[in-house]
Design a protein around this ligand. Structure first.
Ligand code: NAD
Length: 487
């Protein structure tokens, strides 16, 4: 790995909006992107006005038919080249994400692979778009079912996986033949801007991809959502914001994909392989400093093994190194912003007020940057907020259960239903858990399930729709049925 200097890297990242193939200044005062490990300024970014949001949609609308007429192979080849370009610049992307988001460099490297895979996967899926053909039961008509691009899409991404959340939406939208307006999170716009610069270098036609960075999030997004020419919104972020967007989408009967919050149970049965369960919980809890929608949120451990499990997890967590993600050996980087440190602190304090014991950590970091210590809590009362809310930080709360029925009840006692983890060596039990846990994804005996080939998405208040896999491209296509006489 050969990382560029931070200054050299930042100097080559665009800081303007990308509208109709041109880099342009924002009409509002530029906003600052911070380094979360220091709170210092990393970059000043163009701040789009609602009128510029309309200009971005104008551009996407103007070329939508032309782009829809390109061949699947042409679109696939552009995405394939984008995959290769991201992999070639892997060290730059990794460092950029560590700088703007805070995750340790080795995890940022992992995200480059994961995020790039969506480009490769959908470069292949573009050529696999098919329909079906049949004869009606009466034998009088032929029936054709075909797939068509949905139309201009608005893609809103969160800050926690700056590359992967962008490619997971942009790749299937483009592969399906749609044009897009992308609004990256204002905490981490640099990665998306750099990725779109690569698409520009690869010759993506003007207007096909447009990026509006902004601090006037509501103004920009409401303007686009109210426009009759928009056909689809795909959002990844918190449930609260997602609900607001769904209400607006209802006004226009827009196609929607919602990847929202999670509250993943991590269930460990007494028959599990303890070593694997401990590694699994470390991966599923502390990756991305706990800021993943799939992060293990409630560690639900069978009573008979809880003491040993807690002791061994605590030993591992005590050895973590907290610091800037660029430093050698760091496992816990900063949280995304100062507000996040306060929110995690509140959840821990509330749990302690309800009787929880702090086994490791339990407080914010000292000095500059937005740090919170890796924390292990036990004796969690079910009425504590930490049991119900998404933590989004490096806090591992352990809850115990006595039998399988109680494990299922605890796992399901949340309004979310995104990821679940189960550790057991009993195959039949694992299958019962798959059947009974209310969620979109179950991870059996592994803490790292995400893959571009898998249908990612949740149920309940974790959202609707799938990203990745064969299903992912259908989120960006309309199905059309045609009838004709059977001669
Ligand atoms: P967020 O909801 O605050 O922001 C997400 C995006 O929405 C950002 O781009 C933000 O600028 C934008 N936004 C905020 N208010 C808006 C408004 N009124 N109108 C339009 N857009 C608005 O979420 P976040 O803090 O960036 O991300 C963390 C959340 O995302 C967590 O809840 C996490 O679980 C969820 N998440 C879900 C998935 C998934 O696939 N299910 C993946 C990653 C993150």
């Amino acid at each position: 790995m050969t990382y560029p200097s931070e200054a050299d890297l930042l100097a080559k990242i665009p800081t303007q909006l990308f509208i109709n193939g041109e880099w342009v200044d924002g009409e509002n005062e530029p906003f600052v992107v911070q380094d979360p490990s220091t709170g210092g300024e990393l970059a000043r970014i163009a701040n789009a006005s609602p009128a510029q949001a309309t200009a971005a949609l104008d551009a996407a609308v103007a070329v939508k038919d032309e782009w829809a007429r390109t061949t699947p192979r042409e679109r696939g080849e552009l995405l394939r080249k984008a995959y290769e370009a991201v992999i070639e610049r892997r060290d730059e992307f990794a460092l950029l994400m560590t700088l703007e988001m805070g995750k340790p460099l080795n995890e940022a490297q992992g995200e480059v692979n994961y995020g790039a895979e969506y480009l490769r996967w959908f470069s292949e899926e573009a050529a696999r778009i098919t329909g079906r053909y049949g004869i009606n039961p009466e034998g009088t008509q032929r029936m054709l079912v075909s797939q068509h691009p949905v139309g201009p899409c608005f893609l809103i991404t969160p800050w926690n996986f700056p590359l992967a959340m962008a490619t997971r939406k942009i790749a299937p939208a483009l592969a399906a033949g749609n044009t897009v307006v992308v609004k990256p999170a204002s905490l981490t716009p640099l990665t998306t801007l750099y990725f779109v610069k690569i698409l520009e270098e690869l010759g993506v036609p003007k207007g096909v991809v447009n990026v509006v960075t902004t601090r006037d999030t509501a103004g920009v997004s409401n303007t686009i959502m109210e426009d009759d020419r928009l056909r689809k919104i795909s959002f990844t972020g918190s449930t609260g914001v997602g609900v607001g967007l769904m209400k607006r989408a209802a006004e226009k009967v827009l196609r929607t994909s919602m990847e929202l919050g999670g509250n993943a149970p991590f269930v460990v049965f007494e028959d599990a392989d303890m070593d694997k369960a401990i590694q699994g919980v470390i991966d599923a809890k502390f990756r991305n400093i706990g800021q993943a929608c799939t992060a293990a949120n409630r560690i639900i451990v069978q009573e008979s093994i809880a003491e040993e499990f807690t002791k061994r997890v605590a030993e591992r967590v005590s050895a973590f190194k907290m610091g800037r993600g660029t430093e050698e050996g760091v496992t816990i980087g900063p949280l995304a912003e100062a507000k996040a440190v306060a929110k995690v602190g509140e959840l821990v304090d509330d749990a302690v007020a309800h009787g929880a014991k702090v086994i490791v950590g339990g407080k914010a970091g000292e000095g500059e940057g937005f740090f919170y210590e890796a924390t292990v809590l036990t004796d969690i009362a079910p009425e504590s907020k930490i049991f119900r809310e998404e933590i989004f930080g490096p806090v591992l709360p352990i809850i115990t259960f006595s039998d399988e029925a109680e494990a299922v009840e605890l796992a399901n006692s949340t309004e979310f239903g995104l990821m679940s983890y189960v550790y057991t060596n009993d195959f039949n039990r694992s299958q019962r858990m798959i059947d009974q846990i209310e969620c979109g994804m179950v991870s059996i005996n592994t803490g790292l399930p995400s893959n571009a080939a898998a249908p990612f998405g949740g149920v309940k208040q974790s959202g609707m729709g799938k990203e990745g896999s064969f299903e992912g491209i259908h989120e960006y296509m309309n199905m059309k049925y045609s009838a004709m006489p059977n001669p």
